[in-house]
Ligand binder design. Structure first.
Ligand code: HMG
Ligand code: MG
Length: 302
């Protein structure tokens, strides 16, 4: 689907979602999920993650998933890459888009990737440069932009500094991650505005986990501030294995319902997405957390 879009929704369910589910699903289910999401009209589907299998066993089959991908025309399939080793694995498996990740918190980075911010940037720089030299599209993530599970408060100026560093090393886009979902709308908008003062808004995305039920309100505040790339996870799957208490991302179907109501085109077929949300929720063995999947089920019964 190549419809003109007002908002680019980046679907992170197959990676951010499945990395944190208790039940690991087989590669065939992951591949079906990725295909269905692309068929729903999602323009970017983050497919998997080339991290240590010991640290994230749910995505240990990243190579198989990438090699089995049935690409749809016009759809991008980035994969998470933590270091040179992950980059080499991703390229060997056929990745054409990568996402590198760090945080605005030293404490979180040490738990998540075993190094502080400075070391992580030094580790990522040659990876991003190598990727760009091979014409790969590169996204950077900054985690803990509105709070850290280990150090608590995170200064906005640190978020801006890390964002700038990722863009300067060659990332085309930076996704600002509220990893533990503690943010509220004014704080989210202030943080986005501070980053936008240093970087074009078109290079920024927002990524809200929904731990405290604030994700949709935070997205709305950031849309008002001009952001046009928003991450979400089908059925609200997931969390982060190294962020205790963090719930899944904002559910994609709840986001699409809001965008449709606001008259902002995303190119996503909401009914097909709800069907996908219900199917993958059954596969991971739990009810979908999204409002949309729940209300459709109740209406279908009545
Ligand atoms: P390390 O321990 O510092 O690295 O791990 P190391 O180089 O010392 O390697 C340790 C072992 O891992 C070695 O194996 C390596 O070969 C292996 P051993 O010799 O002991 O058998 N290894 C790898 N294996 C496969 N693929 C690789 C790789 N690299 C090393 N790429 C590392 C560093 C970052 C790899 C590790 O700490 C790790 O994998 N951490 C997992 C982090 C993670 O996946 N977190 C979740 C994703 S981030 C997220 O969800 C947030 C986000 O959604 C935004 C938001 O919400 O804020 C993006
Ligand atoms: Mg996340």
């Amino acid at each position: 689907m190549t419809a003109a879009r007002d908002v680019t929704v980046v679907e992170v369910g197959p990676r951010d979602g499945l990395q944190a589910e208790t039940r690991t699903v087989p590669a065939a289910v992951k591949l079906r999920l990725i295909s269905q999401l692309a068929d729903c009209g999602l323009p970017v589907v983050e497919a998997t993650s080339f991290v240590s299998a010991e640290r994230v066993p749910q995505l240990a089959d990243a190579d198989t998933v990438m090699q089995g991908l049935e690409r749809r025309a016009g759809v991008r399939y980035p994969v998470l890459v933590p270091n040179q080793r992950g980059f080499e694995r991703a390229v060997a498996a056929g990745a054409r888009e990568i996402a590198v990740f760090t945080a605005a918190s030293d404490a979180f980075n040490r738990k998540n990737i075993n190094c502080d911010i400075a070391e992580s940037l030094a580790r990522l720089r040659p990876v991003v440069q190598a990727a760009r030299a091979q014409q790969l599209w590169v996204r950077g993530y900054v985690s803990c932009v509105l709070g850290c599970p280990y150090q608590g408060r995170v200064e906005v100026r640190e978020v801006v500094r890390v964002t700038r560093a990722l863009l300067d090393m060659g990332c085309e886009e930076v996704s600002l991650g509220d990893t533990i979902g503690v943010g509220t709308p004014h704080a989210a908008r202030e943080m986005l505005n501070a980053c936008a003062a240093e970087a074009p808004l078109s290079s920024l995305a927002v990524h809200f986990h929904d731990t405290y039920g604030q994700a949709l309100a935070n997205v709305y505040a950031c849309l008002e501030a001009g952001v046009r790339t928003v991450d979400a996870s089908v059925a609200g799957l997931g969390g982060c294995p190294y962020a205790p208490g963090a719930s899944g991302n904002l559910a994609t179907e709840d986001l699409i319902y809001m965008l449709d109501g606001l008259g902002l085109k995303s190119g996503v077929d909401l009914d097909a997405l709800i069907a996908t949300a219900r199917w993958i929720s059954a596969e991971v063995g739990r009810a979908p957390v999204s409002r949309l999947a729940q209300i459709k089920k109740r209406l279908a019964r009545s």
